[in-house]
Design a protein around this ligand. Structure first.
Ligand code: BV8
Length: 231
């Protein structure tokens, strides 16, 4: 079981040029989450929802991991017992080299068949009504493999097991506004873990952390990783 559990949110990818959600100018200030990030939105206007995620998939493909992603990957490469639970749907942790990773809210780089539940890697190009599922062959039901509001996050059993056994819980670049991830710090504290928040601004759950450090992730995360490595 991982002794260090790290929860990441959109803030760790902000310096890679990918938008956060609730900051000034964030994604949810440009488009209503009810219009693009719920199953009802997809049922109402699948083309609009697919286009929203196609644009974010293209932006993620053009982005590059930053020093914060690389510092976490370096901890894993140095043999530290670390699990990253990310709320992010980009693949910047993977591209930085992290492997022990759980995408709680799914991945832009995958597709899901709303009909049969098949999931597969999505390559280039937009999702359309003509996109057919490779399993059932049906067109019309291909959607991004992301967890929308009202849907059950992926890997919750593994996440809670890791939180219940960790010694250190570090939250990076998240407002703590979305649940159940926003409650993970409570789970870690109940397990006796030391809890640390690395964020640009105080979050909705800062009061629950033993320590909060404020600043950009590209500064705070490499500095914290250096402490862990004793360098
Ligand atoms: C569910 C998908 C039932 C893809 C997203 C209590 C318990 C359980 C559920 C709920 C509950 N209360 C309410 C709910 C319902 C709901 C919810 O949380 N609503 C909110 C709005 C109140 N939750 C759900 O519906 C979840 N499902 O509950 O199912 C269930 C529950 C338990 C067990 C079984 C079943 C599903 C939630 C997932 C929704 N999908 N994304 C996509 O479009 O991306 S959520 C979306 O928000 C993203 O995933 C995003 O990652 C996530 C969280 O946001 P953040 O990452 O924190 O981003 P944000 O902009 O908010 O904050 C950025 C932070 O970074 C800021 O603090 C900023 O200061 C900081 N920052 C900025 N720049 C930097 C920085 N930090 C460091 N360096 C920088 N440079």
């Amino acid at each position: 079981m991982s002794r260090i559990v790290v929860l990441t949110g959109a803030g760790i990818s902000a310096e890679s040029g990918l938008g956060t959600f609730r900051d000034a100018g964030g994604v949810w200030t440009q488009v209503r989450l009810e219009d693009v990030a719920t199953p009802e939105a997809f049922a109402r206007d699948p083309a609009m929802v697919r286009a929203f995620y196609d644009a974010r998939r293209d932006a993620a493909r053009r982005a590059a991991p930053n020093a914060a992603h690389r510092a976490l990957a370096a901890l894993e490469a140095a043999g530290r017992d670390l699990l990253i639970i990310t709320q992010n749907v980009d693949d910047l942790h993977e591209r930085a080299g992290s492997r022990n990773l759980l995408h709680l809210h799914g991945e832009l780089a995958k597709a899901l068949c709303a009909g049969c539940g098949a999931r597969w890697a999505w390559g280039e190009g937009p999702m359309t009504d003509d996109s057919a599922c490779p399993e059932c062959g049906e067109p019309g039901g291909v959607r991004p493999d992301v967890v929308w509001f009202g849907e059950t996050p992926y890997g919750l059993d593994a996440a809670y097991a890791a939180l219940g056994a960790c010694e250190t819980f570090v939250s990076i670049g998240t407002s703590g506004a979305v649940y159940p991830a926003g409650g993970f710090v409570r789970e870690a504290r109940a397990a006796g873990a030391r809890t640390l928040e690395l964020n640009l601004e105080p979050s909705e759950v800062s009061r629950l952390f033993h320590e909060t450090r404020l600043g950009p992730a590209s500064d705070l995360v490499p500095a914290w990783a250096a402490e862990i490595l004793g360098v």
